[in-house]
Design a protein around this ligand. Sequence first.
Ligand code: TXA
Ligand code: MG
Length: 331
Amino acid sequence: MIVTQILEDSKANRALVVEKLLQGGCVALPTETVYGLAANGEEDTSVAKIYTLKGRPHFNPLILHGESLEAFSKHIVVNPTLEKLVDLYWPGPLTIVVKKKSATDFALASAGLETIAIRSPQNIMFRDILKQIPFVLAAPSANPSNFLSATSAADVARGFQGAYLEQEQVEKLYILDGGPCHHGVESTIVDATLDAGVRILRPGPISAEHLQKQGFPILHDDRSGKIMAPGQLARHYAPQFPLEIQCSAPQPHQAWIGFGPQSFTHTNLTFNLSQKGSLEEAAANLFHILHKLNEAYLNPHCQFDSVAVDIIPETGIGLAILDRLKRASAQ
Ligand code: TXA
Ligand code: MG
């Protein structure tokens, strides 16, 4: 069973988390996107613990987090596209898929692929932890596999508390509380292994428009249907309730997630992603609202049988919000 413990931010608690990582364990840490479930990315035994705690299939590779490009450079093929992306966007919410130098590097974190996904997060608590350890951290989103990502310490705890592990094992999971995550959706993932430009594997806070404006040609996936990032699976980020998206109004039996000032407030349960119609604010609120609704749905007195979401504009980080909602609503 997993027993969670939320740790308020203090020097002593950061030291506790560092100690756990040095011993090869897993901890949940805040990042500017979503909370991450972190462990030594260079040790397969530590990485294996992440897969076990999340119940994640081993074919789904993890993102490695380091202080800077130098933390990875021994193990990866550096090309001009990578260098330019790093200069512009690191530290920040951009994950870059690059070629590994050797097949055996980060074997488990990369799920045996020839590539590895790397990122340098901006969150100062996460960066302080990285400074105190001599390895990079593998860190998928801190949620059980296929469930909603977590953007607060309480949402991490809600996902894992009491989760069953094999062999009656009891595992203490520390969650370092960094407050709500700034962006609220996972990093943008780009494939930088091709010379002609970048391919977007997962939309996120850094938009295709922005990358294009900075001079990166956007390549479109020609291998239709082939999954390179399992975050691209049709059903992912899933709550337990049925979800309908791009709705103009709720039905009487539905809970409602509105967007903007004109949104309805007359159904039995109503949230608003952003009263003022800001997509950035909507992204930051998204997963927390889905968590709240999931909790309400599991209550025996629940008054709704599904959830409808307002129309979200298909631009900027709105595309990342819609990507997560589409996967959450897929049957
Ligand atoms: O914002 C984020 O990126 C968060 C925070 C914690 O950093 N992390 C995160 O990790 O979202 P995760 O494991 O939930 O999502 C990682 C995605 C998965 O869809 C995985 O398939 C993809 O990255 N990925 C990892 N390595 C890859 C690779 N070599 N090629 C293609 N996709 C890869
Ligand atoms: Mg995830």
